[in-house]
Design a protein around this ligand. Structure first.
Ligand code: NAD
Length: 252
């Protein structure tokens, strides 16, 4: 028996990193799954086609998101859970961030999350469901040279809590994860750093965790994402969960 037997789950951003881990965790627990992503993937094409479909979709395009949801629900037969790891990061000093930089990152991380959440609503309002958004420790504590990214993640956390209030009456649970994991986004951050900063970045990113083993892979989020998606978390809504090996402990 899987935790998600007979359930239908959509992952926005399922081609890589945390999204790919969500796809695999949901499939392993018995769900039928659709991934929407701007890039093709996941690259490993071994998932059973009767249980999994990948669609190309830019989550900043509201109409495209709505159309993909309709196709995804037709393929799966319903919708019980939506997971939204799709997002980008960026690096600039606060004084250099342009209006265009800010609009671009808000468009993907905040508007994209909003469009995906809203697309789920009509399919969940009569029977409930679970939405899992992606916040960040950066939206809780701040981070140097990422004021625009931090602002988007604070916005996702606030959006998550407020939508959880609006949709609780429909038994739609809305939670967020604030992860710290090794994924392609980490490689891109490292590659964008000046050579002189790369070594200290590598050291710092693997040393902030309090649990043994340093920075873990995206699959370490799998069991919690499956729990949040299913009935095991039926009494939880409006929460931001740090899954980061103990990097962010509020009050510590
Ligand atoms: N990796 C970490 O340690 C970490 C830390 C804090 C927060 N996060 C957040 O977790 C989420 C997942 O990050 P990840 O590390 O798996 O990164 P990732 O880059 O591996 O995955 C992000 C996915 O989002 C997709 N995507 C980007 N823009 C899109 C768009 N417009 N439409 C559709 N898909 C789009 C990408 O193609 C990619 O597959 C992100 O929101 C990120 O901000 C990650």
């Amino acid at each position: 028996m899987g935790m998600l037997d007979g359930k239908f789950a959509l992952v926005a951003g399922g081609a890589s990193g945390a999204g790919e881990a969500a796809v695999d965790a949901f499939l392993a627990e018995g769900a039928k799954v659709v991934s929407l992503d701007i890039q093709p993937g996941p690259k490993d094409g071994s998932r059973p086609p009767e249980h999994f479909r990948a669609m190309t979709c830019d989550i900043t395009d509201k109409q495209a998101v709505d159309t993909c949801f309709a196709q995804a629900v037709q393929f799966m037969g319903g919708l019980d859970a939506v997971c939204v790891p799709a997002g980008i990061t960026a690096r600039k000093l606060a004084e250099d961030i342009s209006e265009e930089d800010m609009r671009r990152i808000f468009e993907i991380n905040v508007l994209g999350t909003m469009f995906v959440n809203q697309a789920a609503f009509p399919y969940m309002k009569d029977k409930g469901g679970s939405i899992i958004n992606f916040a960040s420790v950066s939206g809780i504590r701040g981070q140097v040279m990422r004021a625009h990214y931090c602002a988007t993640k604070g916005a996702v956390a606030a959006w998550t809590r407020a939508v959880a209030m609006d949709w609780a009456r429909y038994n739609i649970r809305v939670n967020a994860i604030a992860p710290m994991i090794y994924t392609p986004i980490v490689d891109r951050v490292r590659a964008a750093l000046p050579e002189s900063e790369r070594e200290s970045f590598e050291k710092s990113i693997g040393q902030a965790q309090r649990l043994p083993g340093g920075l873990r892979g995206a699959d370490s989020l799998g069991p919690t994402m499956a729990l949040l998606a299913g009935d095991g978390a039926s009494y939880m809504t409006g929460q931001v969960l740090s899954l980061d090996g103990g990097v962010c402990m509020l009050g510590s």
